[in-house]
Ligand binder design. Structure first.
Ligand code: ATP
Ligand code: MG
Length: 385
């Protein structure tokens, strides 16, 4: 029996992986190919849980004869080495001839893998070209490894598509469709779990926020995230994107004012003097910059909602309105006149709730002799019909 192994991070698995696995199966007459996601390194920095990477590999293999996902490396604690994997497999399945499949980009470092001479006795290699890969160089590398280690590295006459997990992660983060890049069930899984919206998992975000915000502000943040996520479907907004915007909307709130000013002036040169002057307003643009640069958020709708959550704007997208209102009405808010009306409107029409919240703020400001920010006024002029 001949089995191929396509190892990788698979963060996430994509059509290129499937294409090269199926092409290698056909070209080499393999009975099966295992997609084998690597385990987590000891000091894990990646946001994606290894079980998510495995589940996506399983979904990708479903309905493709001969293709399966192997949890061998995911199950092992700590760093996983190919030499350990192949040694285990050789003992458990002595009848199988193993071929390790890889992109030709991986040939450069192949013989630096731990205990490579031993690996070379346990399997053969099949390399598939990849856009951007120098094929002559790959041929030279393959020849050098073959003669040095008496192994078999075949270069298959196959090239994978111009696709990488990095590109898929970037597309998700930017809110672009990924349906042409990964199998349908994998795209649904990514959307369903909100993967790749940010550099960090929710647990990692919460850990960071706990260190950055007061307890009161942290609790408020959770209230806003829960409210935004719950109301999102009524507003035609993706609930997990809304949750992320809610989680990060106040991320700059505890920053010293001077630092906040410096950060905003450097990144948003069009900021107006009034915004720069007021901490209660300035944390919104500062939060947007932090969400982008510290948390790696690339989704323009999320960044805009964070940017506009304090004073609003003459143009508010459904996501902008949702975060603005959720901030106002989250369950932890101390009761004040008008709050219940805003809450009731939010269940029915996010834009009416948004106008109600702005009117309440304007009234409160006027009662204190303060003036209404021009962008809040622009919001009322545009939406208070
Ligand atoms: P990342 O962008 O995160 O590095 P990736 O797309 O390279 O992800 P990996 O999980 O790192 O995916 O790759 C697993 C294996 O699949 C590697 O041997 C890699 O060279 C190969 N591979 C991935 N994409 C392609 C492709 N489009 N064409 C050919 N080989 C590919
Ligand atoms: Mg790679």
């Amino acid at each position: 029996m001949k089995i191929g192994i396509l190892g990788g991070t698979f963060d996430p698995v994509h059509n290129g992986h499937i294409e090269i696995a199926m092409a290698a199966m056909a070209a080499l007459g393999l009975d099966q190919v295992a997609l084998m996601p690597s385990g987590d390194p000891p000091h894990k920095t990646r946001a994606t849980d290894k079980l998510d990477r495995l589940r996506m590999a399983e979904l990708a293999a479903e309905g493709r004869p001969g293709l399966y996902a192997s949890d061998l490396e995911i199950r092992r604690q700590g760093r996983t080495y190919t030499v350990d994997t192949l040694s285990t497999l050789a003992v458990e399945h002595p009848e199988v001839e193993w071929t390790y499949i890889l992109g030709a980009d991986a040939l450069n470092k192949l013989d630096t893998w731990k205990e490579f001479p031993r690996i070379a006795r346990l399997c053969a290699f099949a390399a598939v070209s990849r856009p951007g890969c120098d094929e002559d160089l790959a041929r030279l590398r393959a020849g050098a490894i073959n003669s040095c280690y008496h192994t078999r590295v075949d270069l298959l006459p196959v090239s994978g598509p111009a696709l990488s997990s990095t590109a898929v992660r970037r597309r998700v983060a930017e809110g672009l469709p990924i349906d042409d890049c990964v199998p349908g069930p994998v795209a649904d899984y990514i959307r369903g779990k909100g993967l790749y919206l940010c550099k960090y998992s929710e647990a990692q975000i919460l850990d960071r926020l706990k260190g950055m915000l007061t307890w009161h502000r942290f609790t408020h943040t959770l209230g806003v995230a829960d409210t935004a996520q719950r109301l999102a479907p009524n507003c035609g907004v993706d609930p997990l994107r809304a949750r992320l915007a809610g989680l990060l909307h106040d991320c700059a709130k505890s920053m010293p004012l001077d630092e906040m000013r410096e950060l905003v002036v450097k990144n948003l040169p069009d900021i107006d003097a009034e915004e720069l002057d007021t901490r209660a307003i300035l944390h919104a643009p500062a939060g947007m910059v932090m969400a982008r640069d510290v948390f790696g958020v690339r989704d323009a709708a999320i960044l805009s909602a964070i940017r506009k959550h304090t004073v609003g704007d003459g143009q508010m997208s459904p996501m902008d309105a949702l975060i603005y209102v959720s901030d106002f009405i989250e369950p932890g808010r101390e009761p004040f006149p008008g709050l219940e009306k805003a809450r009731m409107l939010a269940e029915k029409d996010i834009y009416r709730a948004m106008v109600c919240c702005t009117q309440l703020t304007a009234k409160h400001l006027k009662s204190q002799g303060k003036h209404v920010h021009p962008r809040s006024q622009a919001l009322l002029d545009h939406y208070d019909k």
